[in-house]
Design a protein around this ligand. Structure first.
Ligand code: FNR
Length: 369
């Protein structure tokens, strides 16, 4: 049997952990499809995530789902800052489960990169209507510092009181995500959004306990991890997604990620996904599997954790190689799964799984996997 389709268990602080039927993970991908500025997922999110659960993924992640209204990238993002949103996620989670997949939620705060149009560049200033698909209004954004690193309207530097409130938002979102039935909560600490903004010296120029040294820049992330871990049931795995490297001199680099991953593991994070960049102009590598070395570096630092690689892993044999070489324990698939929701089922057949082991929906048996 291929390694990619060998089941795996994600560890949790208590209990046996979470069994995944295979090591394919649907990467979190914003759909910008919420219709009423209310953060409530609906039929689109059910159809999109449900199709990929039916398509054979072991673990299906929601898009970046905001822990507070101001933390949305756009006002068409999903949220989990109130109970109406939590209740709307529950049937989506149920459907994912009914298809044999585990359900993960990516908890997110966009920080200084909030209040944008999903497809058009640039910010929407506070109070302006911008050009949203459903006209809404822009809002003031929060960040560690009033940085102009993004070419967006500078964020308001958060006070220590706002930081404490924000940490509470993450914990309350985790509680709602648990009630909705999610199996995994992933903290979005990548792509230049709020947690990453605190980590990177490019966006964090604070001079208090949350800025300056490595220890200080990682403080907000540690507080978020600890608060979410405390709110999230001990029998459920907690995950994090890092930008492993800013690919910018003087930024957050892979050595920082490796060092912090070990701390996060000690705080109870058992799954790591390694993306990159999001702050400053992109100077990084590209091409198939370009971020795999980042996953490999973290895997070496926290060998007990479940580490996934992501980024231009499009081909089943390429995905299998990532695992066979020991660079990672699983792969997150993004755009290839937009093209083909049945990516895992097709991959399993291509990698020679016996028919009974191909994760296809029985309704689709005539596809002759
Ligand atoms: C993304 N990506 C992304 N990442 C994330 O952490 N949270 C998110 O909500 C989103 N949203 C999103 C939307 C869309 C339409 C795309 C294409 C991408 C990044 C994504 O998870 C993944 O890391 C990249 O797409 C690279 O992987 P692939 O697409 O090369 O497999």
């Amino acid at each position: 049997m291929s390694k990619l389709f060998t089941p795996v268990t994600l560890a949790a602080p208590a209990g046996p952990g979470l069994d995944l039927r295979n090591r394919t993970v649907l990467a979190p991908m914003c759909q910008y499809s919420v219709t009423n500025h209310d953060g409530v997922p609906h039929a689109w999110h059910l159809a999109h995530l449900g199709a990929r659960a039916a398509g054979g993924f072991g673990l299906v992640f929601t898009e970046a789902t905001a822990v507070t209204a101001a933390g949305r990238i756009s006002d068409a993002d999903t949220g989990i800052w109130n109970d109406a949103q939590g209740s709307a996620w529950a049937p989506i989670v149920d459907f994912i489960h009914s298809q044999g997949a585990a359900a993960g939620i990516q908890l997110a705060h966009a920080g200084a990169k909030a209040s944008t149009h999903p497809w058009l560049p640039g910010p929407i200033a506070a109070g302006e209507t911008g050009n949203l698909p459903v006209p809404g209004r822009g809002w003031e954004t929060d960040g560690p510092s009033a940085s102009d690193a993004f070419g967006l309207a500078p964020a308001t530097a958060m006070s220590t009181g706002q930081i404490a409130d924000s940490v509470r938002d993450w914990a309350e979102a985790a509680t709602r995500a648990d009630a909705a039935g999610f199996d995994v909560a992933q903290i979005h600490a990548a792509h230049g959004y709020l947690v990453h903004e605190f980590l990177s010296p490019l966006t964090n120029t604070r001079t208090d306990a949350y800025g300056g040294s490595f220890e200080n820049r990682t403080r907000y992330a540690r507080e978020v991890i600890a608060a979410v871990r405390a709110a999230w049931p001990a029998h459920k795995p907690l995950a994090i997604r890092f930008s492993g490297d800013d690919w910018v001199a003087g930024g957050w680099r892979i050595a920082d990620t490796v060092r912090f991953a070990a701390e996060a593991f000690e705080l109870g994070v058992s799954a790591f996904d390694l993306s990159s960049a999001g702050i400053g102009k992109y100077h990084g590598p590209s091409g198939p599997g370009f971020q795999v070395p980042l996953a490999a570096a973290v895997k070496e630092a926290v060998p007990e954790a479940f580490v996934t690689a992501v980024g231009m892993i499009n081909d089943p044999s390429q995905a299998e190689q990532v695992l066979v070489t020991g660079a990672a324990d699983g792969v997150s698939i993004g755009r290839a799964a937009l093209k083909n929701p049945n990516w895992p089922a097709v991959a399993a057949a291509a990698l020679g799984s016996v028919r009974d082991a191909v994760p296809f929906a029985p309704q689709y048996w005539r596809a002759h996997w």
